[in-house]
Design a protein around this ligand. Structure first.
Ligand SMILES: Cc1ncc(COP(=O)(O)O)c(C=O)c1O
Length: 473
């Protein structure tokens, strides 16, 4: 039999070389053989069927299935000028605060779109944050699980150890251009608090970080970090003493200080224009990841996934893939059960409501008030979710699944042991979902956004899951 090379097959079939290699790896070219590192393809092999389809991939129950919705123009359409993604989003704040929101929106639309601002942010991302962060193929984990290949977008390698700095530097730069003297922020896991403290030090601004007392105890290393960076941690001691109350307290402080201060919201939540700004500052994650993944494998992943607290790392990852034939899955925290107060699975269990100045899905008590959220991951422990996620769920473009505390803990220890990478317990939820899928799939690839590193979680995890730590040994 006569054989041809990859290059010759690529020219013959009109499929690019990288793609031919990918098809070979998946054993989808009949009769091809591998000798050493070289492939030999039978000259008469039929052109392989490429299962990649054009356009986005909608889930079965999507109301858009028959409409042919154009995701190419999605970013231009959503949010609308008044901040709506369909029925979600908007700005529900007192008139005094609306003035501050208008100032930020105007500043964002003019200053943040200027070439000077864009150049300065690009420089910060490259030389201060260390971007681009890599995409990493988890060979050991993939081998351990079977035939599905797992890849990580390493946002844990972003300066500060989480994706939060992408947004914090963007908003802090805008604050500097607007002449503000102080940054205010809320934090759950302390990742956003640390990022804002770094940004404040970088730009020479004062900084107050509001944090629930429960989270201060769970995420003690980050509290120290924020203080070493020169910011003030303001303990929040009412309600569940976690992220929701930290947001309440930060808003309260901002109401009195808005003339001189800028409220750096840490997730894709809050009144317009925050969900828009945060999405845009985080969108670098997906843009880089898509290019890197294509470069590495010659094709797109079958599934892209990320954990969803308020939704910033997820929306940053998903945006670049909305228009592609890729399944997109956001992963929420199911904590220890479905009852109110035991989870943070807002999209799965919540109902529409206005909270913290925007309309979205929110966990609710029977009387319609916002319910308590819980997760082992302080960064996922929020009863609401970004309005864009609510919209993407309703139109069936993104699916939202949930993972329990214990499943996330298993993923935390597994990645640490098999790859030498300790994931944040927030990111471990997305990883646990990927592991679950991989155990049920015959082949394919999953790209997980590893939103942060888990050093902050180690003490707490060892205390709470000593048996998993010992099993690992
Ligand atoms: C490492 C990490 N990942 C994810 C999150 C969740 O936030 P978001 O949903 O906005 O990405 C947090 C929040 O603190 C975090 O620290």
């Amino acid at each position: 039999m006569k054989y041809i090379t990859v290059l010759e097959a690529s020219e013959k079939w009109g499929i690019n070389e990288r793609r031919v290699r990918a098809l070979l790896k998946e054993q989808r070219i009949e009769g091809a053989i591998l000798k050493g590192h070289k492939y030999f393809i039978p000259e008469n092999a039929p052109k392989p069927l490429d299962r990649r389809i054009k356009g986005q991939r909608l889930f079965e129950d999507s109301p858009l299935k028959d409409i042919n919705f154009d995701f190419k123009n999605y970013r231009k359409q959503f949010p609308t000028d008044d901040g709506y993604f369909g029925r979600y989003g908007g700005s529900f704040v007192p008139p005094k605060l609306q003035k501050a929101m208008d100032e930020i929106y105007y500043g964002y639309q003019t200053i943040a779109k200027s070439s000077k601002f864009i150049a300065e942010l690009r420089e910060i991302r490259k030389n201060y944050q260390g971007r681009p962060t890599p995409v990493y193929h988890c060979q050991n984990l993939s081998n351990y699980l079977g035939r599905v290949q797992i890849y990580l977008k390493r946002e844990d390698l972003n300066h500060g150890g989480a994706h939060k700095l992408n947004n914090a530097m963007g908003q802090a730069l805008l604050a500097k251009y607007l002449g503000k003297k102080k940054l205010i922020a809320e934090t759950g896991a302390g990742s956003h608090g640390s990022a804002v403290a770094m940004a404040a030090a970088y730009f020479g601004l004062k900084c107050d970080i509001y944090m629930g007392e429960v989270d201060m105890e769970k995420q003690a290393p980050n509290v120290k970090r924020i203080e070493v960076l020169g910011a003030r941690v303001v303990p929040v001691s009412f309600g569940t003493r976690t992220l929701k109350e930290a947001v309440d307290a930060a808003f309260e402080a901002y109401m009195t200080e808005y003339k001189d201060a800028f409220y750096v919201i840490g997730s894709a939540v809050g009144p317009h224009p925050y969900p828009l700004m945060v999405r845009d500052f985080q969108e670098v994650i997906g843009r880089e990841a898509k290019e890197q993944f294509l470069e590495m494998t010659g094709e797109l992943p079958d599934i892209v996934t990320a954990c969803v607290g308020g939704g910033s790392n997820a929306i940053g990852m998903f945006e670049a893939f909305l228009d592609e034939p890729v399944n997109i899955v956001g992963v929420e925290a199911m904590g220890t059960g479905k009852e109110i107060g035991k989870n943070s699975a807002t999209m799965t269990l919540g109902k529409e409501m206005v909270l913290h100045g925007f309309n979205s899905y929110v966990l609710q008590n029977e009387d319609g008030t916002a319910g308590d959220a819980y997760s082992i991951a302080s960064g996922l422990d929020y009863p609401g979710v970004g309005p864009e996620h609510a919209f993407l769920k309703d139109i069936g473009r993104v699916k939202y699944e949930s993972i329990t505390d214990d499943e996330a803990a298993e993923a935390f220890f597994l990645l640490s042991r098999l790859e030498g990478i300790i994931p944040a317990i927030e990111s471990s939820h997305a990883l646990a979902y990927a592991i679950k899928c991989a155990r049920n799939m015959k082949s394919g690839s999953i790209l997980v956004n590893l939103s942060g590193r888990g050093d902050k979680d180690m003490d707490f995890m060892l205390e709470k899951y000593p048996h998993m730590f010992l099993d690992a040994k």
